[in-house]
Design a protein around this ligand. Structure first.
Ligand SMILES: C[S@@+](CC[C@H](N)C(=O)[O-])C[C@H]1O[C@@H](n2cnc3c(N)ncnc32)[C@H](O)[C@@H]1O
Length: 284
């Protein structure tokens, strides 16, 4: 794991409160990477990433799902409408909670989703209250990742699954330039640390879950940052972010750094699937 000490939780919340409208303009309703096979549009590719995770989640109608770090509610609403699940979305940002709630109403999903403004590192749920845990690109922002996985595993029912996508640090040893790239991404993208794929697998296993899949999706998703760099150049969005908020501006200015981190192996993009044994002994 690579960590830095400069990130503050209040900054993460403020960032999503201020920057969410920019993301929506720049990228659409999913605040996550696209998944490409060919030249699909951003809208298709971002939904495709959600669908790739759906394919691994083994969802059934009526399943209770917790969407950890739900952004504008893109995944939650998709799972409610497409899979007939009942979804609780949690976000640090009050603006995102309001946005996701309005979006669910607009798209006719209000009866199956609810959104909470809560810190995933502090929120309490009764043990075994969810059939599935779902998290796309949120755990990067968490300060005590091992503790989060210990707590989250308690919320999962026996036989349940945890599916997640995350930006990852490359497996050690990293060269000094690679480490500097990772630390720069941590700082500019407000992530107190990045775990490696092995770290995530270890945290899930230590929380009593069985890791079913660890996949490197970097070649499928890295186009995201090429397109973001192009869109920032052609849209003049930096004229706005420069005046608006320095941290958001730094975020936008460093899309190329993230692309460089992927291209040099300093970072990667991972999908992990883990299950909770149906009995404490692991027998189904
Ligand atoms: C990159 S966005 C991903 C949003 C969403 N999963 C998606 O795919 O569209 C990161 C999300 O994590 C949330 N987040 C970050 N730290 C959090 C925390 N401690 N508790 C709850 N949500 C958090 C942010 O509010 C934001 O919604």
């Amino acid at each position: 794991m690579i960590s830095i000490s400069t990130v503050r939780k209040a900054e993460i919340r403020l960032h999503y409160d201020l920057a969410t409208p920019f993301y929506w303009l720049l990228w659409g309703r999913h605040l996550h990477h696209g998944y490409w096979d060919a030249n699909e549009t951003v809208e298709v590719a971002t939904q495709r990433l959600t669908d790739e995770l759906v394919a691994r989640a083994q969802l059934q109608p009526g399943h209770e799902v917790l969407d950890i770090g739900c952004g504008m509610g893109g995944s939650s609403i998709s799972l409610a409408l497409g899979q007939q699940c009942r979804v609780t979305g949690v976000t640090l940002s009050p603006l995102q909670r309001a946005w996701a709630t309005a979006s669910a109403r607009w798209r006719g999903a209000s009866d199956r989703v609810r959104f909470l403004r809560a810190d995933a590192e502090e929120v309490e749920f009764p043990p075994e209250s969810f059939d599935r845990l779902w998290s796309i690109e949120c755990t990067e922002h968490l300060f005590d990742k091992p503790r989060f996985f210990q707590r989250a595993a308690q919320w999962l029912r026996p036989g349940g699954r945890f599916v997640l996508c995350a930006w990852l640090a490359g497996e050690p040893p990293l060269t000094d330039p690679q480490r500097i790239l990772v630390e720069t991404v941590c700082d500019r993208f407000l992530c107190p640390s990045f775990g490696t794929m092995s770290d995530y697998a270890h945290w899930l296993t230590s929380a009593g879950l069985v890791v079913e899949e660890t996949s490197d999706w970097t070649p499928k998703v890295d186009r995201t940052w090429e397109l973001c760099v192009d869109r920032v150049r052609s849209s003049g969005v930096r004229g706005l972010t420069r005046v608006f908020h320095n941290q958001t501006d730094q975020f936008v200015a460093h899309f190329q750094t993230l692309l460089d981190a992927y291209r040099t192996g300093a970072m990667s993009y991972g999908c992990l699937v883990a299950s909770k044994p149906a009995t404490p002994e692991g027998r189904s």
